[in-house]
Design a protein around this ligand. Sequence first.
Ligand SMILES: [Zn+2]
Length: 122
Amino acid sequence: MTGDDTPRPLSDIERDVIARLRSVPFPGRDELRAQLPFATVESRCGCGCATVNLAVDRAAAPATLSSGAPVSADISDDEFYAGIVLLVDGEGYLCSLEVYSIGDEPVRRLPTVEQINACPQG
Ligand SMILES: [Zn+2]
């Protein structure tokens, strides 16, 4: 794999996107926010898309969630045909910021916060 810059801190755009996802209420939201200072980007998706796998230092408190995918978002823009979902592992820690394409091409960069329509998952 070329150009792999991980592990690394979350980038500004990744923080902004996660903050945008947290703008809607869902169970465990406050705990996930508290985990952010403890989170690092552990690896990137091998397909070349903007998905990142996250690792959270266990010094942070786990979140109590009703779902492993507590919040997702549609991206509505001419440029993007995609969605974003924040994933949490079985212990209640952030584990992935997944960007999935609805079209043929992988989503190679994150959208801006203005392009994201966050909604809580069931
Ligand atoms: Zn990928």
